[in-house]
Design a protein around this ligand. Structure first.
Ligand code: ADP
Ligand code: MG
Length: 715
């Protein structure tokens, strides 16, 4: 048996390589570990003095300020709780602009001079940390001579314990800022944007006569797609190890055309891995609800119950980390890249988003009475207006090197942002725009009992899986995020632009009410005006079709195909102005993000290009040359004539790639990014195309990389 075949057999015979959880009956009370490693309300109630507990709850529920004097009490309780759980260290856990999370562990134990050590943890250590962290990207905000960055405790996202076979660490979610108070992370702007939206939405609610809601939260429930592959293949592929995606690989004879994987039964090893992953997530309080197979072979999806945007974003980051850690115990590797395999469906993240009050109302839920429905239409119109006005910024917020392989490729929404309302809701808005009132109420509509109001659909509307931004009954689903992305920046954008649109509509509503119009007429007038101005963003058809691309162009919608096209939208006047007006990001902070995102794009493409060069030249070219020897020895001229030109072209393409890699221009960052896209990526693609041809010609036992047909199908 050739070497590679033996590997496949080994890959198929998996064994857990760490402790597995065994079976436990989760229906028995006490067996369900949900939240056991979270310093949440329950643990706080047990551990904290009553008045401290109450104040902490007020901070969390109503966004009030925490009295620093209480921090000592919280810190001491948190430490006792963590020590009981076996934690020896704590870390301020934060989200630098790299898009991943960062931690620096400190021991609880301090030597006390007599040769022993005592566990200590003060309020000061809880509230503020000073990781050196000078190597994180700052986009020019921070010169290294003033490199001090501070982490600051976020009491609204509960601390949790991460376990490792050899110890446990208390993780404290924190914000990360420069010594000048500028945000160096993704959490601070997200919190600021939630504040901004809460203010605008409360203003609107008051106009609707709601005096009871004290707080509005944005909520997110991100559905995450990912691949699980056998670790053996992963470690045999330098491209996967270094870049997270395969830079080479011919299309396998079997893809997903049989649809035999989608929603199919989950392979045993994978299910075992999922169960433990979910158990680990439950421990740290991530409320996972759904799991299933996705479209591509070896692709899966996991989705939590929604939470407020801040906690939801923290949990999403943690979710990605836990998925990757647990997979290893099962001899699997979890791939979060947007496009690990060319020609095979990539992975995205669906960001379900809504707004809710502390009194339990979902502002994007059609109500069951005329008043609630007026309010629903108002908020819904505001979202349309926000998305239309800031389509470029939204598009930029999901841009990355990985996304450029996925968006618009008939598997993910196009780079054109549009909104799907569902046939029924769209008709309601159209009726309002046409000045029609509720003449007839079909069965599927909710009669509203007042002539000025159009009837509302009873159901969430039909499904449109191709839309990037779809109304799905009581929330909007932004489906165009990349699978590896942090959801924080996108949600910062969503909250900020929604806050602005709600404010704009409030201005109009106040004016209409001031002129003596009754509420229902005033709202309808405001909604009508807004919808008429923004209806170009509404599209209910097939977003993958060529017709839509043509129509979108006619409508004047943006179509920013690649990351270098999209990122400049972040620093457009409109974007800078809305971030600044709502105190979410200062102009300097906006520019720093733009720079960091561009630099990340350049770095990622460069790493791929260098890796592609190495593999092509030192692994694939030698294999092809060996195969030519075999042909020569066999004196098979015809085979030689077929193969030799491909090898020659391959060599030429490799040289061109080497040249592209060596020839980076010394220009501004944007031009550099454009060079990476137009010159480097193009050279890489040329190399790949020939390599994939060679994969189909070279003897299987000479080809040094595992093939798609193995990686994707052996589980
Ligand atoms: P569907 O399967 O139709 O997309 P689900 O109700 O299963 O809808 O929800 C899918 C995702 O949407 C889940 O992650 C869920 O938590 C999230 N979600 C549901 N309601 C909200 C909401 N109000 N705000 C944010 N996310 C939500
Ligand atoms: Mg969904």
């Amino acid at each position: 048996m050739p070497k590679i075949r033996q590997h496949n057999v080994a890959a198929a015979q998996w064994q857990p390589n760490g402790t597995t959880m065994g079976t436990s009956d989760l229906t028995v009370q006490g067996n369900n570990p949900f939240g056991e490693n979270v310093f949440g309300p329950q643990a706080q109630r047990v551990k904290l003095p009553k008045h401290v507990y109450r104040q902490l709850q007020a901070v969390i529920e109503r966004g009030e300020q925490l009295d620093p004097a209480l921090a000592d009490a919280v810190a001491s309780a948190m430490k006792d709780w963590a020590l009981e759980k076996g934690a020896t260290h704590f870390t301020h856990w934060f989200q630098p602009l790299t898009g991943s999370t960062a931690e620096k562990h400190d021991s609880f134990y301090m030597p006390i001079g007599d040769g022993t050590a005592l566990a200590e943890f003060s309020g000061k250590e809880l509230i503020q940390g000073e990781p050196d962290a000078s190597s994180f990207p700052t986009g020019g905000i921070r010169a290294t001579f003033e490199a001090r960055g501070y982490t600051a405790w976020d009491p609204t996202s509960p601390a949790f314990i991460l376990e490792n076979p050899n110890g446990a660490v208390l993780c404290i979610p924190t914000a990360f800022a420069s010594w000048t108070g500028e945000a160096l992370d993704h959490k601070i702007p997200l919190l600021r944007s939630m504040e901004a939206l809460a203010k605008s939405a409360l203003r609107a609610l008051r106009l609707f006569g709601d005096e009871s809601a004290q707080r509005v939260f944005t909520t997110i429930g991100p559905e995450q797609e990912y691949f699980l592959i056998d670790e053996q293949y992963y470690y045999e592929r330098p491209d996967l190890i270094t870049t997270g995606r395969t830079l080479f690989g011919a299309k396998p004879p079997k893809g997903h055309e049989l649809d035999d994987h989608y929603f199919g039964s989950i392979p045993e090893r994978v299910l075992a891995c999922m169960l433990e992953t979910e158990m680990e997530m439950a421990r740290v309080g991530i409320p996972i609800k759904t799991r299933h197979n996705e479209v591509a072979p070896a692709q899966y999806e996991i989705a939590p119950v929604f939470e407020n945007s801040n906690v939801g974003s923290d949990h999403q980051q943690l979710c990605m980390q836990i998925m990757q850690n647990v997979a290893r115990k099962y001899g699997l590797v979890c791939l979060l890249h947007e496009k690990p395999f060319a020609g095979v469906n990539g992975s995205g993240k669906h960001n379900n988003w809504s707004m809710g009050t502390d009194t339990g109302d979902n502002l994007l839920e059609p109500g069951d009475n005329p008043h609630d429905n007026l309010q629903f239409l108002f908020f819904c119109a505001a979202v349309l207006q926000a998305v239309n006005r800031h389509q470029g910024l939204l598009r930029a917020s999901i841009a990355s090197a990985g996304q450029d392989h996925r968006l618009g490729a008939n598997e993910a929404p196009p780079a054109i942002i549009s909104v799907f309302l569902g046939g029924e809701l769209e008709r309601v808005f159209e009726a309002i725009a046409a000045g029609e009132t509720a003449a007839s109420t079909p069965q599927s509509f909710l009669g509203l009992g007042t002539p000025v109001l159009p009837p509302l659909p009873l159901h969430g509307g039909d499904r449109n899986r191709t839309s990037p931004f779809a109304f799905t009954g009581n929330k909007f689903e932004f489906r165009a995020l990349g699978s590896s992305a942090s959801p924080s920046f996108t949600n910062t954008v969503l909250n900020t632009i929604a806050a602005q649109a709600i404010d704009d509509l409030c201005n109009d509503l106040e004016a209409a009410l001031g002129s003596g119009k009754p509420l229902d007429e005033a709202v309808i007038a405001v909604v009508r005006k807004s919808y008429e101005a923004n209806r170009q963003i509404v599209f209910g058809g097939d977003n993958y079709s060529d017709e839509w691309h043509a129509e979108a162009e006619q409508r004047g919608l943006l179509n920013l195909r690649t990351t270098p096209d999209a990122l400049p939208e972040i620093i457009s006047d409109e974007s800078v102005s809305v971030f600044d007006t709502y105190a979410v990001l200062s102009e300097r902070e906006v520019h720093s993000r733009y720079e960091v995102f561009l630099e990340q794009y350049i770095a990622k493409v460069n790493i791929e290009a260098e890796t592609a060069r190495d593999i092509a030249r030192t692994m694939l070219l030698p294999a092809a040359l060996r195969h030519l020897d075999v042909i020569e020895e066999a004196e098979m001229e015809e085979l030689d004539e077929e193969m030799r030109p491909v090898v020659k072209d391959f060599w030429t393409a490799i040289k061109a790639l080497e040249q592209a890699n060596a020839g980076h221009p010394d220009t501004d960052t944007l031009s550099h990014a454009v060079y990476m896209r137009d010159t480097v990526l193009a050279a890489m693609n040329a190399v790949r195309e020939l390599a994939d041809q060679l994969e189909k010609l070279v003897a299987d036992d000479l080809w040094p990389l595992p093939k798609y047909s193995e990686i994707l199908f052996i589980k």
